[in-house]
Structures are given as structure tokens and as C-alpha cells.
Design a protein around this ligand. Structure first.
Ligand SMILES: NC(=O)c1ccc[n+]([C@@H]2O[C@H](COP(=O)([O-])OP(=O)(O)OC[C@H]3O[C@@H](n4cnc5c(N)ncnc54)[C@H](OP(=O)(O)O)[C@@H]3O)[C@@H](O)[C@H]2O)c1
Length: 292
């Protein structure tokens, strides 16, 4: 595959020297079913990662609790030594139970261990961005995040982390976090059908903080909408491509990390950045998104 010239343009995180293409890649789907254990197809998993990089993707989202450990190990196997300019964003704050459950892991020692697990499994001496993940599985819950974020800020001072971000947070939690450290990105649940964060997206855009929607395609059960199908058909695209293109249009600070375990879907998703949609189509999508 040749390098794709249009990956949605680039975004420079405020007050940093870190720039990425807006179309990135989310690695969670590389682990096995239920984000547990080895991939269904380990060869394809490596191909997906290499093809993403070859196409110009320079932003990968991951975590050591995907697998657990598996996703980071595949990234290292496929891409290490990493090319200059690649930004790998990881997250801490959760762990997996033996029953495949997701539970908080926000104590001081759990956070320190998680940062070291990420460093070891990715083969890095310093992590580009670490997101502190709090809240419930799909939505934030109010409450102080001072204690866990202070631990990560200490690890940043020790030189183990370059930048900090947050996941599953409210505007109030962001404001608290910004009294402790600079926050370069927020990763919350948002897509054309899930718009609880509309105002938050705009607030972050004004601050130059990246908003990185997780489940941009709807997650484990991808978006299904007859309106989306109709729009897609009218411009000879797929519904998934339209969902991604709408996000790129939604705000300039939105960075995409669609997840896939398939090279075919990866190609389709990256091509969404090149779609030119007429203004009336964007208008139609806005009204679908608004439930109109
Ligand atoms: N912070 C958090 O709490 C949190 C939570 C969830 C996810 N994340 C991050 O967000 C990233 C994105 O989320 P996600 O991967 O779970 O969900 P997603 O990107 O919304 O959708 C992934 C699903 O869509 C399918 N898919 C992908 N491209 C497709 C295409 N072109 N056509 C049809 N189906 C397609 C995938 O299946 P195939 O594999 O078959 O393509 C998979 O089932 C993750 O990789 C992870 O890094 C963060």
C-alpha cells in the first residue's frame, strides 16, 4: 500500500511538539474475542498494524489491559523499533479479572505497575501519552481524580511519561486535572449516534485539547442506521466511512482511532479521510446525528 496523502489533515496537541494525522488507529480489536487472549488471526493482526503505518498512520491507541498485555505485545512485534513521529497513546486505571471483567485499578501501586507494564510490553523507555481512565465502562462518573492523576504526574516528572490525557471524564474532572498537570487529550464515548459530549467537544476545541472518541463506529456492535445507509449509498461510500467522515467534520480537535482486526476494514476506514461530502450531505448527517 502507498502512503495515503490525506489522513484528515494533522493536529498539533496544544503546547507540545507532538503532531499526528487526524486519522489514527485503535488497537483494542487486535486481542481475542472480548478483548481477551491471543488474536483470532495473529498474522492478520501484524499485517493490520504494518499496513496502517505504511499508509501514514502515526497515532495508535492501546492499553496493556487489552488482552491483557496481548495488544501491546503485538504492537511491539509488528512495529518495534518504532519509526520517528509515531505517537503511541496508552491508558491505565483498569485491570481485567480472571472472568474477563473490567475493574478499576487506580491505587498508587496499580498505576505504577501499569506504567511499567506498558513500558516493558511496548519496548519503550518513555510513554508518549498516558490516559488516566476513570468512570464507568461507557460513561464518566463525577468524583475527584486528584489522587490517581498525581501519581501519574510524579511518573511524568521521573521521565517515564511525556504527556498526560484522560478517559471517561466530565468537564469538571478535566478542570480539576488541569490544576495538577497539562492534559493533552480526552478520550470519551462519542459517535454520530452518541452525542452526550457535544458541548465538551467544543470546549476542548477552544482549548486546543484533542478529543479522541472511543467507539467511533459504535464499538463491538457497529452502528446500524438506515439513514446512514442511504447517505452512504448516495456518495458511493460505506456507512462506516460516513460515520468517520462526519466525525472529522464535527470539530478540528477530533482525532479518530477506529478499531479493526481486518486489513480490508482498515483500508476502508483510512479512505474515509479522503471522502469529499457535499455540504447538503453534511447537513443531512448533522440532522441524523441530532435525531432529526
Ligand atoms: N477509553 C476507553 O474506555 C475505551 C473504550 C473502548 C475503546 N477504546 C479505544 O477506542 C478504539 C476504537 O474503539 P473500538 O475498536 O472498540 O470500536 P469501533 O472503532 O467503534 O468499532 C470497532 C468494531 O467495528 C468493526 N469495524 C471496523 N471497521 C469496520 C468497517 N470498515 N466495516 C465494518 N465493520 C468495521 C470492527 O470489526 P472488525 O475487527 O471485524 O473490523 C469492530 O467490531 C479501541 O481500539 C480502543 O483503542 C477506548
Amino acid at each position: 500500500m502507498t502512503v495515503q496523502t490525506n489522513l484528515g489533515g494533522s493536529f498539533t496537541f496544544a503546547n507540545t511538539a507532538m503532531t499526528v494525522n487526524r486519522m489514527g488507529y485503535g488497537a483494542m480489536q487486535l486481542a481475542g474475542p472480548q478483548v481477551w487472549g491471543a488474536p483470532r488471526d495473529p498474522v492478520e493482526a501484524v499485517r493490520v498494524l504494518r499496513e496502517a503505518i505504511d499508509a501514514g498512520v502515526n497515532h495508535i491507541d492501546t492499553s496493556d489491559f487489552y488482552g491483557p498485555h496481548v495488544t501491546n505485545q503485538i504492537i511491539k512485534q509488528a512495529l518495534h523499533p518504532y519509526q520517528d513521529g509515531l505517537v503511541i497513546v496508552t491508558k491505565v486505571g483498569a485491570r481485567r479479572g480472571a472472568d474477563k471483567s473490567w475493574t478499576h485499578a487506580l491505587t498508587r501501586q496499580e498505576l505504577i505497575d501499569a506504567v511499567h507494564d506498558n513500558l516493558r510490553n511496548l519496548g519503550l523507555e518513555k510513554l508518549d501519552v498516558v490516559n488516566l481512565r476513570v468512570g464507568e465502562v461507557l460513561k464518566p462518573s463525577e468524583g475527584s481524580i486528584e489522587e490517581p492523576l498525581t501519581v501519574l504526574a510524579e511518573l511524568q516528572c521521573q521521565g517515564l511519561i511525556r504527556h498526560l490525557g484522560l478517559s471517561n471524564v466530565t468537564p469538571r474532572q478535566l478542570a480539576q486535572a488541569q490544576t495538577i498537570s497539562q492534559i493533552v487529550c480526552v478520550q470519551n464515548f462519542f459517535n454520530i449516534a452518541q452525542r452526550d459530549d457535544d458541548a465538551f467537544v467544543d470546549e476542548l476545541a477552544a482549548q486546543g485539547v484533542a478529543y479522541v472518541p472511543f467507539f467511533p463506529l459504535g464499538g463491538f456492535t457497529p452502528l446500524q442506521s438506515s439513514e446512514l445507509d442511504t447517505v452512504a449509498e448516495s456518495v458511493s461510500a460505506t456507512p462506516m466511512q460516513i460515520a468517520l467522515t462526519w466525525l472529522l467534520h464535527r470539530a478540528p480537535n477530533i482525532l479518530l482511532i477506529p478499531g479493526t482486526s481486518s486489513v480490508k476494514h482498515l483500508r476502508e476506514n483510512l479512505q474515509a479521510a479522503s471522502l469529499q461530502l457535499p455540504p447538503e450531505t453534511i447537513g443531512k448527517l448533522d440532522s441524523i446525528a441530532a435525531g432529526g
